[in-house]
Design a protein around this ligand. Structure first.
Ligand code: NDP
Length: 296
């Protein structure tokens, strides 16, 4: 019987644990604060930002939102970033990607105070992660680790194939899973658009993580019997629904479920975990900045 890994349930447990940590901070006179910055009016980004604000309210994190006009010069965004770096009530913040074309996203990331970089994208935080001394684990890879833990996957010596090498998912996840650590110690293969014979690489893996952005690229024929499959992908495909589309992952669910021992669904798998881990990083940022030990 294939286990369907329930991301909503695991995310809810993480939020419950955070409530205790937030109470500890409150007893010490501090309330964690997260800011979201949105430049422009991309509808998908607006939805993501609204969800993050709602998540904060639910667990008792103070949330602040900053809008920057999409046509404004980059300096206007940089000024908002500088102000957030100085604001003691904001322990962490994210600049929602993508930013407009005239703004250099790398420069945006470089300007974020690394201590408030709850996405974990600043070069200092990337370097610390690679060195095995992560301050903030990027939210999606961290969420994948928590899902593997919840499914009881023993990563020690396991062969993991990650499809996708992006800076926000594939690369940091590979770095985390090869760490000499309880939730690491795996042997990791990272695939991308130039990889030859992708199916051979996924078929030889105990764990396959798909983070590609290509609907249903991975199917059951590419999976070994009993493998664990984590589907990071979120793709809108045209469908005869009220909204005119439906969300599908990078994994073809039905055929893969036949082969896998455990698999995440889309939606309801990695997505809720990414959101929960942002709250986690915000609480961690508050704990570090306020000098209050919390149990995370
Ligand atoms: P990117 O577009 O940044 O990276 C995609 C990666 O997939 C690249 O490394 C690319 O290779 C590789 N790739 C593309 N086509 C193929 C192919 N045919 N065979 C093998 N590799 C291929 O995407 P992200 O990492 O940002 O996102 C990946 C997916 O995950 C998307 O669907 C996104 O929406 C979703 N996502 C979901 C999140 C969640 O919370 N659930 C969070 C973040 C992302 P190359 O480098 O050579 O171009």
């Amino acid at each position: 019987m294939t286990e369907i890994i329930d991301g909503n349930a695991v995310a809810s447990e993480i939020r419950d644990d955070l409530t205790d940590a937030i109470e500890t901070l409150a007893n010490a006179g501090s309330r964690p604060g997260l800011a979201t910055v949105l430049m422009g009016d991309d509808p998908a980004s607006e939805t993501y930002v609204n969800m993050k604000q709602r998540d904060c309210e639910e667990v008792g994190i103070e949330s602040v939102h900053v809008d920057v006009d999409g046509d404004a010069p980059a300096e206007e965004l940089f000024d908002e970033i500088a102000a957030l770096n100085e604001n003691d009530d904001v322990h962490g913040y994210i600049v929602q990607a993508p930013v407009p074309d005239h703004v250099d996203y790398r420069e945006v990331i470089r300007r974020v105070d690394p201590a408030k970089d709850v996405d974990g994208f600043h070069p200092e935080n990337v370097g610390r992660l690679v060195a095995g001394d992560a301050r903030f684990r990027p939210c999606t890879p961290h969420g994948v680790q928590k899902l593997l833990e919840s499914a009881g996957v023993d990563l020690e010596g396991a062969d993991v194939t990650i499809v996708g090498r992006s800076d926000i998912v594939g690369k940091p996840l590979a770095n985390l899973l090869i760490q000499k650590a309880e939730d690491g110690n795996a042997t990791v293969t990272v695939c991308h658009s130039r990889t030859q014979d992708l199916a051979a690489k996924t078929r030889s893996a105990d764990v396959v993580v798909a983070a590609v952005g290509v609907p249903e690229l991975v199917d059951g024929s590419m999976i070994d019997d009993g493998a664990v499959v984590i589907d990071v992908g979120v793709n809108r495909v045209d469908a005869d629904t009220e909204k005119g589309y439906e969300l599908v992952g990078d994994v073809e669910f039905e055929s893969t479920k036949e082969k896998a021992s455990a698999i995440t669904p889309v939606p309801g798998g990695v997505g809720p975990m990414t959101r929960a881990m942002l709250l986690y990083n915000t609480v961690k940022a508050a704990s570090l900045q306020e000098g209050v030990d919390v149990d995370l």
